[in-house]
Design a protein around this ligand. Structure first.
Ligand code: SF4
Length: 318
């Protein structure tokens, strides 16, 4: 009797969003830890997750990095790196006070927002900061200005209700927000405070807006969208939201093992993307898991080419 033929795998077209994954700020922050380990030897302490990705953190731990919540966990004779999200001014001040060697891996685009905040305060303005409560970037930016000189606005409802001085206002934003939600919040602020000063250029960073635009470009063709990223990664969460708003059921997963196959079902086309702190290796891992169950056709949906790079701190490259 002839051998029964195995069931052929169902076909699946995977649209891989581009750009996706690592941005220049995350790349730089990871390189800073690696270079610090080379320069100073292990262990190098890192205050907070250098970027929001467990895989990245575990790899650096394996190389000799020790992640801590606060500076008092860092011994006096070891160097410490501050994460890409930025830190309140009090943190480098404390490090200096203790004579610690420290390297600041704050993304230059976050530092730009910090400098804007300082300038606005020097001009005597009150700042409305659009962002998510509790996010390290928000804590870091609030820590650049005197207490009470900046008010957090998370939603349109907040913008409509916030109580602040009626004049000399300005707004700034977190770098990793939803482009569409932020436009709505800014619209509400401008409607209430027509004189409010806007930032000179967009604070939402190029990587966040490009990744959201890339998802918008593929969403109309997708039945499902997988976003690779950590549950505490703001820009990754926003990617899933963008697709959901376009009617595409989306899931944020950390790795291939998190794929809910029942939810995925047997679609003909799905989208795949990754937040700015998720390495490409995890995209390939998810792709390989899909290939085990489907006859996959891969298409890279190139949206906006990115060439951004940031200089490394001088103390690590000279
Ligand atoms: S997401 Fe944007 S602000 Fe954050 S590290 Fe990347 S480039 Fe910098």
């Amino acid at each position: 009797m002839p051998e029964p033929k195995p069931n052929p795998k169902p076909s699946l077209r995977v649209l891989i969003a581009a750009p996706r994954g690592f941005c220049a700020g995350v790349d730089r922050a990871i390189q800073i830890v690696e270079l610090a380990l080379e320069r100073f030897g292990a262990p190098v302490y890192v205050r907070h997750e250098i970027v929001h990705n467990r895989f990245v953190v575990e790899r650096l731990k394996g190389m000799g990095a020790i992640f801590v919540d606060e500076l008092d966990e860092v011994p006096d004779d070891r160097p410490v790196v501050f994460s890409a999200h930025g830190v309140p001014k009090a943190v480098p001040a404390e490090a200096q006070g203790r004579g610690l060697t420290y390297v600041d891996a704050t993304c230059p685009l976050v530092s730009k927002v910090h400098r804007q905040a300082e300038r606005l305060i020097e001009e005597g303005r009150h700042i409305l900061f659009i962002g998510h409560a509790g996010h390290p970037e928000v804590i870091g930016t609030f820590g650049q200005v005197p207490a009470g000189s900046m008010t957090l606005v998370e939603t349109v409802e907040d913008a409509e209700a916030v109580e602040v001085p009626p004049s000399n206002l300005a707004f700034l934003t977190q770098t990793t927000l939803s482009v569409d939600d932020t436009a709505a919040v800014v619209g509400a602020l401008k409607a209430r405070f027509p004189e409010i000063r806007a930032p000179r250029s967009e604070d939402i960073c190029y990587a966040t807006s490009n990744r959201q635009a890339a998802v918008k470009a593929i969403a109309p063709e997708c039945e499902r969208l997988l976003v690779i990223g950590a549950p505490n990664s703001s820009n990754s969460l926003r990617l899933a939201e963008v697709a959901e708003r376009m009617g595409v059921s989306s899931r944020l997963i950390e790795r291939a093992a998190d794929i809910d196959w029942d939810w995925l079902g047997q679609p003909s086309t799905i989208g795949l993307t990754a937040g700015a702190s998720a390495p490409e290796l995890l995209v390939r891992e998810v792709f390989d898991a899909l290939r085990e169950r489907f006859d996959v056709t891969e298409e890279i949906a190139d949206h906006t080419p990115e060439r951004m790079t940031f200089k490394l701190p001088r103390e690590l490259v000279t």
